[in-house]
Design a protein. Structure first.
Length: 121
C-alpha cells in the first residue's frame, strides 16, 4: 500500500492543512504514546534559539492550545509561559504562525504562568 500524499489527505480531512502548514514551518511532531487511545492528543513544537519554544496540543479540530514558553537555562526552574491561545486548530495555528520571532521587538516576553515539564520537548 502506497502512502497518500498531503493533497489526498487534505481532501479527505481538510483540517489537516493546518498541521501541514506548521510542519512546513519547521515544527516537529512528538510521538503519541497510545494512538489507539480515544483521548490521545497530538503535540508539536518549534524550537527557537535561547530556550524559546512554541508548542501546540491538539485534541481535535475544535480544541487546540498554543503556547510560547521560555525554558530556563537551569533545569530546576519551570518553563515560563509568555503567550497562550486556545480555540480551533485553524485559529491556534494562525496565531502561532503570526507570532513575532522571539527576541524581536514585538515578541511577547511578559511571563503569564509556569508551563508543566511536559511542554519542554
Amino acid at each position: 500500500m502506497n502512502p497518500i500524499t498531503d493533497a489526498e489527505a487534505v481532501k479527505l480531512f481538510p483540517s489537516l492543512q493546518h498541521l501541514i502548514l506548521i510542519r512546513e514551518a519547521g515544527w516537529k511532531f512528538l510521538p503519541i504514546d497510545d494512538p489507539g487511545d480515544p483521548d490521545a492528543e497530538l503535540d508539536a513544537a518549534r524550537i527557537w534559539p535561547a530556550g524559546w519554544r512554541d508548542c501546540i496540543r491538539v485534541r481535535d479540530e475544535t480544541d487546540a492550545l498554543g503556547l510560547r514558553i521560555q525554558v530556563p537555562a537551569d533545569k530546576h526552574s519551570a518553563p515560563a509561559i509568555v503567550w497562550e491561545r486556545s480555540g480551533t486548530l485553524a485559529e491556534v495555528v494562525h496565531e502561532l504562525l503570526t507570532l513575532p520571532v522571539p527576541g524581536s521587538q514585538l515578541a511577547p516576553t511578559l511571563v503569564i504562568g509556569a508551563a508543566p515539564k511536559l511542554w519542554t520537548p
